[in-house]
Design a protein. Structure first.
Lengths: 346, 346
DNA sequence: GGTAGCACTCGCGTGACCCGAGTGCCAATT
DNA sequence: AATTGGCACTCGGGTCACGCGAGTGCTACC
C-alpha cells in the first residue's frame, strides 16, 4: 500500500470537499481524479487515513470529511501554490491605487481582501510597539487641559486629554514639546521608557508634575495593548458558507471577531510563526467560538516584502470556514499584504 | 364597533407578536389581555385592522402579524414609555464611568447599547460639520512632507500627509500654524471656507503654494463626507433573532451595515426628524437589504440633553428586526445617548 | 498489494395522513 | 347595532412508512 498514494487521496478528498461541500466517497474520487486505481483500493486507503485521524465520516455510509489534522497536513505538505488570476491582480491595483490617508489604506485593504476571498477579512492597525515615533504634539486646551497627540511612523495618531492641577505655562509646554521630540523622535516606543524618565530632571521642580503627567500618558498609551485596533470586513460572507446549523455556528464566530482582545491575541501568537503565511486551523485557534473556522494571516509593513517574521509591523488575514480554499486564500492574503507594504513604504 | 378597542387590539397584537414571535390569533389575544370581549368580536376587529392594512396573516388560517404600517401606528400612538430597570441604569453607570479618550467612550457606548438592547448598536463619530475646530497642527516630516493634523472640539483627530514640491521652511510653517489657528480655532468647519481662502494674501508669493496646499487639505477633509465614521457592535445578536430563512434575511443586513455610506445617509436623514428619538421601520429605511429591520436612533452631544433636533453633534442608535421591543429600545437608546452626551460635555 | 463482488447500513427525500389552530360567516341574542 | 356562539372550512406542520441510492467493509480472487 503506497504511502504516496495515500497522501494523494487525502489531497483529493480535501480538494473535492472544499469544492462540493459534501462528504466525498470512493467512487466520486476515482472519477474526478485520475488516480489509476479502483474505488475498492481507495477504500482501503481511506480506512487507513481514518485510522490515522486525517478524515472521518459524519455517519456510517457517508463519504469522508477531512479533520483538523487532515487540513493541517494538507496545508503543510500537500497544497500546491495557486497563482493569482490576472483579474485579481488588476482588482488589487485599481482598488488600492488612490487611497488617501492611513485609515483609508487600511479600510480599502480589508474590503478588498474580503471581496477577493469571499470571507471575513481582518487587518490589524500598525502596532505601536513596533512602529517608530514620529512626533509628539502638545496642545493646550483652555487653562487646565492639555491634549497629547502621538504620531507614529506610519501616520497613525493617538490622542489623550490630560487634566491638570495647576494652570498651564505656555513656555514650559513649548519647551517640553521640543525636548520630548528631540528625545523620542525616531525611536520605537519599546525603547522609550528610560529616555523619558530622565526628562523631568531638566525642568524646574515646580514643573515636575506636568512633565511626569505627560510622560505617564505617553507611556500609558504604549502600555495599553488594547489600543491596538483591528478592523473587519465581509462579515456578511460568513452567512453564505454556513448550512442550516447557523445559529450555533455563526453567532459565536461573530462574537469572537467583535472581541478585539481575542483577535489580537491570535494575531500576536501567529506573528511568532516563522513561515511567511501563518495558518490556524479549527481548534488551533484555541478559542471556543472559532473551532469551526480557520485563520490565514501574514505580516505587512516589514522591510522584506515576504511578510516574514520579525520586521513586520502588523498583520492582515482572512477568516473562513474549516473547509476553505487554503491555497487560494494564502495566495490572496500574501498578495494583498505585499501591496499594502509597498504603499506604506512609499 | 369601538374605535378605541380596535387600537387596543392592535397594541395587543404587536406586544404579543414581539413577545412570542408567532402570529397571534383571536383566542390567544383574549386570554392574555383582559379585553372583556369574546374571540369572535376580536375577529371582527382584526378583519377591520387587516382591511386598513395594519396587520396581515402570513397564510390563511394563521394568526395575524403587524405590518410596517401597524408598527408605525404602534410607535406613534400606542406605545407606552417603559422606564429603564434599576440594573440597566447601574450597568450604564459602571460600564461608562472610566472611559479614557474619545475612541474609548465611543467604543464603550456601542458595546453597551448592543448588550442592553440585544441588537446591533450603531454610533456615529462626532461629525466634522457640526463640531468646532480646536486646533490645527503642522508637523514637518523630513524635507518635503508635511503632516496636517486637525483636532476637533470633541477630541476627534484627522490627519493627512502632504507632499510638497519645494523644501519646507520651518519659519513659514510656524507662522502658518499660528495664523491658521488664530483664524480657525473655535469655528465650525462649515464656516471656515471664506476665512481660509484669504489667508494666502498674508504670505510672500513664494509661499503661496504651501499655504494653498495646506488650506486645500483642511477643506478637503471637511468636504469628504466619507470621513464620517460609524462604529458597530453586537452583530452577533442578529443571528439570535432570525428563523430558518437566515441566508436571505441576515446577509443583506450585514452588507448594508458594513457599507458606511448607507448608514450615514440614514443617520443624516433621521437627524432631520424633529422628535427626540427617531424611528425608521422596514421600508422606511429606503434600503433594499433593510426592509426587515428597524432603526431607532437619537442625537447626542447637543446642549439640551433631550437629543432633540439641531444642536446634536452625531447620532447613536440600535438596529433590530421589525418585531423588536420598540418602547424598550427607545428608552435604552435615549438613556445611553444622554449619558454619552454628559460625558462628552464634562 | 490490488481488485471485484456482495451484503449491509443509513441518511434523506417523498407522499399519505391527521391534528389543531385559526378564520369567516351567519344566525341568535342583548 | 354591537356582540356572541356555533360551525364548516382551510392549511401549515408534524409524524410515519417507505424506498432509493450512496457508500462502506469484508472476503475471495488475481
Amino acid at each position: 500500500m503506497s504511502e504516496d498514494r495515500r497522501l494523494d487521496v487525502l489531497r483529493a478528498i480535501v480538494e473535492d470537499y472544499v469544492a462540493t461541500r459534501e462528504p466525498v466517497g470512493s467512487r466520486a474520487l476515482v472519477e474526478r481524479h485520475s488516480l489509476g486505481v479502483s474505488p475498492a483500493t481507495i477504500r482501503n486507503d481511506m480506512a487507513a487515513l481514518e485510522e490515522s485521524g486525517y478524515i472521518v465520516q459524519p455517519h456510517t455510509s457517508a463519504g469522508r470529511v477531512p479533520t483538523d489534522k487532515g487540513y493541517r497536513l494538507f496545508v503543510d505538505r500537500l497544497a500546491t501554490v495557486k497563482p493569482l488570476s490576472a483579474p485579481e491582480r488588476r482588482a488589487i491595483e485599481t482598488f488600492m491605487q488612490d487611497a488617501a490617508d492611513l485609515d483609508d489604506v487600511v479600510d480599502r485593504s480589508v474590503r478588498l481582501l474580503a471581496q477577493l476571498t469571499h470571507q471575513v477579512a481582518v487587518v490589524q492597525y500598525p502596532s505601536l510597539r513596533r512602529t517608530a515615533l514620529r512626533h509628539v504634539e502638545l496642545v493646550p486646551v483652555g487653562d487646565r487641559h492639555l491634549l497629547v497627540v502621538i504620531i507614529t511612523d506610519h501616520g497613525r495618531v493617538e490622542q489623550r486629554t490630560l487634566e491638570l492641577a495647576a494652570p498651564l505655562d505656555a513656555d514650559v509646554v513649548a519647551r517640553l514639546r521640543t525636548r520630548l521630540n528631540v528625545a523620542a523622535a525616531g525611536r520605537r516606543l519599546a525603547e522609550l521608557g528610560t529616555v523619558l524618565r530622565d526628562l523631568a530632571d531638566d525642568f524646574a521642580p515646580a514643573d515636575g508634575p506636568l512633565v511626569r503627567a505627560v510622560v505617564a500618558v505617553v507611556e500609558d498609551t504604549l502600555a495599553r495593548e488594547s489600543e491596538e485596533r483591528v478592523v473587519l470586513a465581509g462579515t456578511a460572507n460568513l452567512v453564505r458558507g454556513g448550512g442550516a446549523d447557523f445559529a450555533r455556528t455563526i453567532s459565536p464566530v461573530l462574537e469572537a471577531l467583535e472581541e478585539q482582545v481575542v483577535l489580537l491575541r491570535l494575531l500576536t501568537e501567529m506573528a511568532e510563526d516563522e513561515s511567511a503565511v501563518s495558518v490556524r486551523i479549527g481548534r488551533e485557534t484555541q478559542h471556543e467560538g472559532l473551532v469551526e473556522t480557520s485563520f490565514v494571516t501574514t505580516g505587512y509593513g516589514g522591510q522584506d516584502d515576504g511578510g516574514g517574521a520579525g520586521s513586520a509591523v502588523a498583520r492582515i488575514g482572512s477568516v473562513g470556514p474549516l473547509r476553505m480554499d487554503y491555497p487560494g486564500t494564502i495566495a490572496t492574503v500574501r498578495a494583498v499584504a505585499r501591496y499594502l507594504s509597498r504603499i506604506l513604504a512609499g
